[in-house]
Design a binder for this molecule. Structure first.
Ligand code: ATP
Ligand code: MG
Length: 389
């Protein structure tokens, strides 16, 4: 018997002619996710992936936990693999049940999938025989098919697999299978979640962060880099471009009406981001905006912000979500605790007392025309600091 990991795919299985491109990419990403844990082979057949460690020192538990975050997989199971031989998988079934009994389980059921139709027993017969042997070994156990403490899964294929755990993975598409986008990453709750969601569709992510030193501190920047690191656990290594934004912000404050400052600042961010995105081979911008959430995210404000982007789609995966829904995802992916650390953001430092909630584009453009921001934006782009996480 060999301890292996089974992975299951979801949406990739619906792909047509190009399915194999996605399958290869997923295998590559799985290998990368576990490459430091020891040697292991990754292969697949139909909708199943198999991770087979080369030696006993391979850290299966850590590998399972890493793989449960890989985009493209819908679930993973640590499993015992063996030749397709009834005696072998029945004794494996008894053994995995024993582990559960040790941990206090009292009820179980057996579920069998027989992929190998030539095998002489059918699925119900296999389940019944396995259940019988488990009960013989642990007479204190009871069968409960509706709500068991654990289930023993037996899969009979060319080889056979026995396991009790099915751990959910995020689904989606393998990272790198669907182009590249530039995430506008703040230190808030929303944008890391937005990056995760677009990354989940297979899109590789780089990030732009606007930073107003000394109005925002070094620690505020560190916090953003930490968020990028957490998101990159799912999306793969990420290039973060830290954009020095102080001079643009000061120019806005000095030259334009205060109640327009937020919208002007957001427009400048979009212009700079679009250029950084293009430089980095990206085909889209990603933000964490959600319609109606704050003054800068009313329907009219987003209209004015969007207008600053010359020729690139802006993905806003949170657009229709409630804050609570976003917080749930932030907790799940592990960004929430970092996001709520109370460091100032460049937007909050310069927040006007009465921002325009329903800006009119003509008025916005008129305010913007009071100063030529192009030169400062050019310098900001030139002085970008690059951090690879
Ligand atoms: P978040 O929780 O992501 O900070 P928010 O609810 O605070 O969002 P805003 O401050 O209006 O909303 O920002 C809207 C979006 O603009 C953010 O989700 C992010 O994509 C982008 N953004 C805001 N501030 C910055 C920044 N300093 N650097 C990069 N992008 C930013
Ligand atoms: Mg914010």
């Amino acid at each position: 018997m060999q301890k292996i990991i089974l992975g299951r795919i979801g949406e990739i299985a619906l792909k047509g002619l190009n399915r194999s491109t996605f399958e290869h990419r997923l295998a590559t990403n799985m290998k990368k996710a576990i490459s430091d844990l020891g040697e292991a082979a990754v292969h697949w057949s139909q909708s199943r992936y198999f991770v087979e460690p080369a030696g006993d020192d391979f850290d299966v538990d850590t590998a399972v936990s890493r793989l449960s975050g890989v985009f493209g997989l819908v679930s993973v199971s640590p499993a015992w693999a063996m030749d397709t031989d009834a005696e072998q998988f029945f004794s494996a079934a008894v053994e995995v049940a024993g582990e559960k009994v040790k941990n206090g389980a009292g009820t179980f059921k057996v579920e069998t999938k027989r992929g190998l139709k030539s095998f002489p027993m059918n699925s119900p017969q296999i389940s019944e025989e396995a259940g019988g042997r488990i009960l013989d070994a642990y007479p204190e156990l009871r069968v409960d098919v509706k709500n068991p403490d654990f289930t023993v899964f037996i899969e009979v294929r060319e080889r056979s697999y026995v396991y009790t755990e099915i751990i959910a993975a995020p689904g989606g598409m393998p990272t790198g299978s669907n182009g590249k986008a530039c995430l506008l990453l703040s230190g808030g709750i929303d944008s890391p979640v937005a990056g995760y969601m677009i990354g989940k569709r297979g899109v590789a992510i780089c990030a732009a962060h606007f930073y107003s030193y000394p109005y925002t501190s070094e620690r505020a920047k560190e916090k953003v880099l930490e968020l990028a690191r957490i998101v990159s656990r799912f999306t793969g290594p990420m290039k973060v471009m830290v954009v020095p934004f102080t001079d643009v912000q000061l120019a806005i404050m000095k030259n334009c009406r205060e109640d327009f400052s937020t919208i002007l600042l957001r427009r400048s961010m979009m212009r700079i981001s679009e250029r950084l995105a293009r430089k980095n081979g990206c085909s889209a911008l990603v933000t964490g905006e959600s319609v109606g959430q704050v003054a800068s995210q009313t329907v009219q404000a987003i209209y004015c912000t969007d207008n600053a982007v010359a020729n690139m789609p802006v993905y806003r995966p949170l657009i229709g979500m409630d804050k609570m829904e976003t917080v749930d995802i932030a907790r799940k992916i592990g960004t929430f605790d970092t996001s709520i650390q109370p460091y100032e953001d460049c937007c909050t430092v310069f927040t006007p007392k009465h921002p325009k909630t329903r800006p009119n584009l003509e008025e916005v453009l008129k305010e913007e025309a009071k100063y030529d921001f192009a030169a400062l934006e050019e310098i900001a782009i030139r002085d970008v600091e690059i951090v690879n996480v």
